[in-house]
Write a protein that binds this ligand. Structure first.
Ligand code: SF4
Ligand code: ZN
Length: 123
């Protein structure tokens, strides 16, 4: 069972849990397990670390003092994800260009393999 840490009591709880079974804090919005309700820990506000506050695209009335929010997107996590995505894309592009550069060899190997199969089946 995948678990997350409760933002209030820090106990490990089921990722799908709507309320924390230990301290009863609400973990999901609108009682739906698919809508996470992010909560600020300590004295800070969620907006301080949110992508939508940084790029000024959020128009929620609770901004910039949101203590809980359904749309919160952590800046650091988002940067990490885009770096990983860029790495995957560049790796894919490298493989693609390598295959294109050695296309002739792949073709020759394919033809040799077909010839080999024809010879084998003729025996
Ligand atoms: S999405 Fe939520 S956490 Fe992010 S800036 Fe808007 S109100 Fe703040
Ligand atoms: Zn709790």
């Amino acid at each position: 069972m995948p678990t997350v840490s409760c933002p209030r009591c820090h106990q490990l709880v089921d990722r799908q849990a709507i309320n924390c079974p230990y301290c009863r804090i609400t973990l999901k919005a609108y009682g739906h397990p698919g809508i996470p309700l992010h909560r600020a820990t300590g004295d800070g506000y969620l907006c301080d670390r949110c992508v939508y506050h940084e790029d000024d695209t959020c128009n929620f009335p609770q901004r910039p003092y949101a203590k809980d929010c359904t749309l919160y997107q952590n800046i650091e996590q988002s940067k990490l994800e885009s770096q990983q995505q860029a790495y995957t894309l560049s790796f894919g592009a490298t493989v693609k260009s390598w295959i294109q550069r050695h296309q002739t060899w792949f073709l020759l190997l394919g033809l040799l393999f077909i010839c080999f199969l024809v010879v084998l089946s003729g025996r």
